[in-house]
Design a protein around this ligand. Sequence first.
Ligand code: GLY
Length: 379
Amino acid sequence: MDTIDRREFLAAGAVSALAAGPLGAAVTQHPAAQPAVQPAGAGGDAHRGACFVSSANGLRAVDRAMELMAGGTHPLDAIVDGVAIVEDDPHDNSVGFGGLPNEEGVVQLDASVMDGPLHRAGSVGALENIKNPARVALQVMRRTDHVMLVGAGALRFALRLGFKEEDLLTESSRRAWLKWRENLSKDDDWLGDDDRDAIEGKPLGWRAAPIDIESGPSVPGDSGVPHTTGTIHCSGVTGTGHVVACTSTSGLSWKLPGRLGDSPIVGAGMYCDNGIGSAGATGRGEAVIGVCGAFSIVQHMEAGKTPTEACLAVLTRMADRTREKRLLDDRGRPNYNVTMYAVRKDGAYGSAAMWKGSRFAVGTSGPARLEASAWLYEK
Ligand code: GLY
């Protein structure tokens, strides 16, 4: 059972950095996880006792993965197929088709996968025009001796394998980009909302409502322009103890072209070890990279922490190592969010976020469900 209370967490010496930070309570309860490790069986048995977790936008991904595994699909193909549902969804503007673009209005996608038994990974970064980067990452792992391909090379690789090139910008994400670009600076030649209002004689401040963007995990910033560090991560263990991980994202919206976050970085945005478990992250990638997020969670689980404790330990380190004022609120707490997810080899699972309010998807038996993530800070 992956249950933690603050006293237990401290007593376990979970985080020496706790003393350094102004931490709020991190109390959450998760139902007892069923032991997932059963005698090895062939294909179709792999779903029995399986446990998969994902970011909250991955409910359908988890269901699809479980369904495919029940039919004998390899667990990594199964989660990559599940993740593809979200990559294909134009309404999720943090992943794949419809993801918010970079500062030039171009969608650049990152993804990574890892297979526990082989301890092999594949990854792509800044991939343009291919809506399923996780599928390409899987092929990097399976068809090459490399781990990571980026940019034009990743695109050429995908095209050679028969992936179809298409424009990933939806009308909604194009309008969001245009709104962001027009309002970026008073000193460029784009006329922003205020300039146009002045031309039309409208009073300042009348434009209160955020722009009409299709629902997704982005949040409107101060100006009403949506902004996202959203991502999908999925970690799992099958009933036969096969551990897998996959992360896919369109990355930070309005990023500099070529920027890679944590998602394509093996050990940051996702990582698994077949003897221990799997982990991953969503949220501000730069912060996750700074603490080797997913790898650190797996290390903490190896040292005996529950999945939730392991996620909290890494978030606590992240908070402690966030030193720049621009990234802190007036109480010295990180002003960004990161949510971490973990599954242990025995089927225990958990998730924790920097800020209260995150949820995560869990698939054990029956349809996937959402549960509350533990947290470090509360507003
Ligand atoms: N975690 C997604 C990103 O920062 O790109």
